[in-house]
Design a protein around this ligand. Sequence first.
Ligand code: NAD
Ligand code: KPL
Length: 305
Amino acid sequence: MSTTWHVLGAGSLGTLWATRLARAGAPVRLILRDAARLQAYEAAGGLTLVEHGVAQCYAVAAETPDSSEPIHRLLVACKAYDAQAAVARLAPRLAPGAELILLQNGLGSQDAVATQVPQARCIYASSTEGAFRDGDWRVVFAGHGFTWLGDASHPVAPIWLEDLDAAGIPHEWSTEILTRLWRKLALNCAINPLTVLHDCRNGGLQNHHCEVATLCGELTELLERCGQPAAAENLQQEVERVIHATAANFSSMHQDVASLRRTEISYLLGYACKVAERHQLNLPHLTQLQQRLITHLHSLGLPSD
Ligand code: NAD
Ligand code: KPL
């Protein structure tokens, strides 16, 4: 029998993965926070995925973290700031040789989780798929994209990638997953905070060309210093390409701030500044950007971690 996909976090990405895997016939079990959430989920009757304007409900099985079934494969689909605590709660249920797939954006949370569960194999992912919630247990598949998966300490691809093929989840096994995560982090650092501070769509940064270019210069220095020269290659060009290609969109951080939701700042700009400090690298504009963003978040009553 095929291995069950336990999916931790029934938010945007968790729902996007759980529904497509379930639709393809893979065994899937959602792990919800507590009995109250489980009861609410059962009353709703399943997860709804809205794709091309069509809503379809999938009655994916669910449980709480206290369930006793051992976990062999865990898709961690919560925010970066929740990942460590969420996985800690499940650690006693992890079977020997369990595999975790970490969908968190940015860097820092993956290593924190991996350190906590040394008995498990942790696979890091970087995704350009886009989804958002438009109701409880209901997610809109907003942007088709791609997911890279990899394990920096073990290059062999897991056999369950077949399940992703069957589910129609576009993916590729990457032996350079850290480079991909660093590159995405640099893009997010050059774009997202500025869209918040200038309160604009990504395309609005075309009016702040110099500011973007200066940040790209410092981010390039950082990537090179921390052994990621491939992630640094033509960074400014790529940032400008993304700004142009996504001109009409609000960045994910802008959306979080506009909805007064906690951001993942500590795993993006915060992580970059921390690593720069560790390398005794002076990056004044990046540091100032972090300070401005923190001040702005505090002014809105949002946490800065
Ligand atoms: P989300 O907020 O929509 O979903 C996270 C879910 O995890 C929530 O339902 C939350 O209640 C749940 N959760 C948190 N702690 C939990 C716990 N202890 N037990 C059970 N459930 C718990 O977040 P998202 O948008 O799906 O993002 C998840 C990660 O994927 C983030 O790091 C994000 O940056 C990244 N990402 C998201 C998208 C996207 O389009 N949404 C795209 C690429 C990357
Ligand atoms: O990933 C993004 C985000 O909004 O989080 C892009 C579109 C690349 C902007 O940084």
